[in-house]
Write a protein that binds this ligand. Structure first.
Ligand code: HPA
Length: 275
């Protein structure tokens, strides 16, 4: 879509007015994880309102700003708060920031999210490196690449096998081991939300082969892969999402995010330093 390209260029121009730093890695911080952005050195912080085309983040717990600075010496751009389909944005709006990250110079995307654990043997607080996804809204027609393709942004029919870059997954495991952090691996299933899943839906997710369930990430990963970016994505199990368990709520998701922050933050920093 030609207007997407123009939109991306306008956002990049607005950001370039505030900083000349060229980020190599784009990082999306999920629910309850936003404060990792405070750890950037020499950061330029730009509220989403100041970036043309960026919608406003409406969810409690997701502050809306872009921070560009250094993380362990590596130039990065961090999204503090992302846009979700359930907020009413279309997939084009949800994924625009990833295209902007790529246009700013990022060759790697690191996405994080809060997710419900579908496995009884994984406690709250478990970290999982995403090996693959099942994108329910995408399969049902809400793919962010739907519509005319602009070849400047990527090819019409991009492959998604190995969208979660195997080398980055191996690197993440090496860093986790060195830090003594357990990093599980598994499949993320994205649902549209915002209601949490019924018992039957959770059973369906389990039977489809998913290990965690969440309401984000898959659209951003598709757009990153479309742009030729390398992708790493890590879920934090903020609640168990089991058909016979207790109902999920947003507060426990935020609390689990806060509790995991030092461990998750240390892992992310270590990964960026090892890139
Ligand atoms: N379901 C869907 N999305 C989520 C959950 C969940 O249980 N927890 C955090 N995000």
């Amino acid at each position: 879509m030609a207007h997407t390209y123009v939109e991306v260029q306008q956002a990049v121009a607005a950001i370039r007015e505030k900083t000349a730093r060229v980020p190599r890695v784009g990082i999306i911080l999920g629910s309850g994880l936003g404060s990792l952005a405070d750890e950037l050195e020499d950061a330029t912080v730009i509220p989403y309102e100041a970036i043309p085309g960026f919608p406003r983040s409406t969810v409690y717990g997701h502050r809306g700003e872009l921070a560009i600075g250094l993380l362990g010496g590596t130039p990065v751009v961090v999204m503090r708060g992302r846009f979700h389909f359930y907020e009413g944005y279309d997939m084009h709006q949800v994924t625009l920031p990833v295209r902007v990250m790529h246009a700013l110079g990022c060759t790697t995307l690191i996405a994080t999210n809060a997710a419900g654990g579908l496995r009884a043997d994984w406690p709250v607080g478990e970290l999982m490196c995403i090996t693959d996804h099942i994108f329910m809204p995408g399969l049902a027609g809400h793919n962010p690449l739907r519509g005319a393709n602009d070849d400047r942004l990527g090819v019409r029919f991009p492959p998604m096998l190995n969208a979660y870059t195997p080398e980055l997954r191996a690197l993440a495991q090496r860093v986790a081991r060195a830090q003594g952090v357990t990093l599980q691996e598994g499949v993320y299933i994205m649902v549209a939300g915002p209601s949490f899943e019924t018992g039957a839906e959770l059973r369906m997710c389990q039977r489809l082969g998913a290990d965690v369930v969440g309401m984000s990430t898959a659209p951003e990963v598709i757009v990153a892969a479309h742009a030729g970016m390398q992708v790493l994505a890590i879920s934090l199990v903020t609640n168990q999402a089991l058909p016979d368990g207790t109902p999920a709520n947003h507060e426990e998701v935020m609390e689990a995010g806060a509790a995991a922050r030092p461990r998750f933050g240390g892992l992310l920093k270590g990964i960026v330093a090892a890139l």
